[in-house]
Design a protein around this ligand. Structure first.
Ligand code: PMP
Length: 423
């Protein structure tokens, strides 16, 4: 399969060789690296992609949830042009566009009374954690193994080496309510506990209700901040997974699709907590960023949420995702293939024990990277753009028929490799 991949992508290979000269690894997002070399994409339209070697794909990656609106939404194109013509790009002043989007997000997310913008989910988490540290006067943050909170806040294999201050992080086990509440109760100097309601990059592992509610209660009792990272999950239910699961985090972070496809991040919570960033308050924290209120993200975000990704459309897309995951799970039943997720975000795993994983450790112990790679080659060769780690997220407008074709391809894979897949 790898030999065919190399043979089918000579241009991508050349482009990678060139890129290697000026970027370590030949690209600028670690997640996009694949051996022997990544496929270089040339163009996207709606939910389709074309690579430099002339192949067409159905895009099932959806930019890891950020690409909700697809590559060429006509309404968003109009907004880009009209913003450019009637507002302009960088005004170096406050704008009505930013307060309009802020107002909409505060309405939509029940735990966000006030918020501020930044340029990525990573930044949103860093700024939000500063609030927790400022308010409590403590440094330590409890996070969970497999958690991903940004490029420098990654806990997939322990505490990410590029975290500046290693001693500031305490690592818990996801979905283990007893150990998590004990950590919260017994660790001295903790400012906040940060958790995803579904560990996205960690493999689309949903949190149990018991786990989230247990953390929330323990955090309250210990007087620390309970922070929910909804950068990836906010699109999985109107009002985010916090609303679906009835949890009330003190701080929430947002990102990805909300900027309508532009770089975006936001952090929010109660007015009291957010006042840390009120420049009128003495000894408030600085929060600047050239592009925080860039007019394109602010305008696209507003139109995207108010006109395109309405609550009804949100429910519909995630129902389609539930159907899609169910169809894949039927194929995976009784095999080493395991499909998990929430709504329109899911991951296809290959695990020795064939069991639904509840934390990063269970994935790592059972992971079958060779089967995973074989599956990846199989999908690419048949015109389906998927990530090597098996994560998929649906783009608006993707049809049941298109998803059905992918389900058929996965079925063929399961038949072809049944010897390797049978438990
Ligand atoms: N938090 C979560 C849960 C994420 O999934 C991501 C991105 N994958 C981030 C934070 C970081 O967002 P960004 O890539 O915009 O910095």
């Amino acid at each position: 399969a790898q030999a065919r991949y190399i043979q089918r992508h000579p241009v991508s290979r050349d482009l990678h060789e060139k890129a290697l000269k000026c970027m370590p690894g030949g690209n600028t997002r670690s997640v996009l690296h694949s051996d022997p070399f990544p496929i270089c994409q040339k163009r996207g339209r709606e939910n389709k992609l074309w690579d430099h070697d002339g192949h067409q794909y159905l895009d099932l990656v959806g930019e890891l949830t950020a690409g909700l609106y697809g590559h060429s939404n006509p309404r968003l194109r109009e907004v880009i042009v009209s913003t450019f013509d009637n507002v302009g790009m960088n005004l170096g002043g406050t704008t009505q566009e930013e307060s309009r989007l802020a107002g909409l997000l505060c309405e939509r997310f029940p735990n966000i009374q006030q918020l501020r913008f930044c340029n990525s989910g990573t930044e949103a988490n860093i700024y939000a954690l500063s609030i927790a540290r400022h308010i409590t006067g403590r440094r330590k943050i409890i996070v969970f193994e497999g958690g991903y909170h940004g490029g420098v806040l990654s806990f997939g294999h322990g505490i990410g080496a590029n975290n500046v201050d290693q001693d500031d992080w305490v690592l818990g086990t996801y979905n283990d309510v007893e150990s998590a509440t004990a950590l919260i109760k017994n660790t001295p100097g903790v400012a906040a506990v940060v958790v995803e309601a579904m560990q996205g990059a960690g493999g689309c592992i949903p949190a149990t209700l018991e786990f989230l509610h247990g953390i929330q209660a323990a955090a309250k009792e210990a007087g620390i901040i309970f922070m929910l990272d909804e950068v990836m999950t906010s699109r999985l239910y109107p009002g985010g997974l916090a609303r679906k699961l009835q949890v009330s985090p003190d701080l929430t972070t947002l990102g990805k699709y909300i900027g309508g496809g532009m770089a975006f991040g936001a952090f929010g919570g109660s007015e009291a907590l957010l006042s840390c960033y009120d420049p009128r308050v003495t000894r408030s924290l600085p929060h600047s960023g050239t592009f925080n209120n860039n007019t394109l993200a602010m305008s696209l975000g507003f139109v995207g949420l108010s006109e395109i990704y309405t609550s009804a459309v949100n429910l519909e897309l995630n129902e389609l995702g539930d159907w899609f995951r169910g169809a894949l799970q039927q194929i995976a039943e009784g095999t080493k293939m395991v499909v998990i997720g929430v709504g329109a975000a899911l991951t296809v795993h290959f695990l020795e024990n064939g069991k639904v994983p509840t934390n990063a450790h269970e994935i790592e112990e059972n992971n079958l990277p060779q089967l995973k790679k074989l599956f990846w080659f199989w999908c690419l060769e048949r015109g389906f753009w998927v990530t090597e780690r098996g994560m998929l997220s649906l783009i608006l407008g993707t049809t049941k028929e298109e998803l059905g074709e992918f389900v058929g391809t996965v079925k063929e894979f399961a038949e072809e490799y049944s010897d390797f897949l049978t438990l």
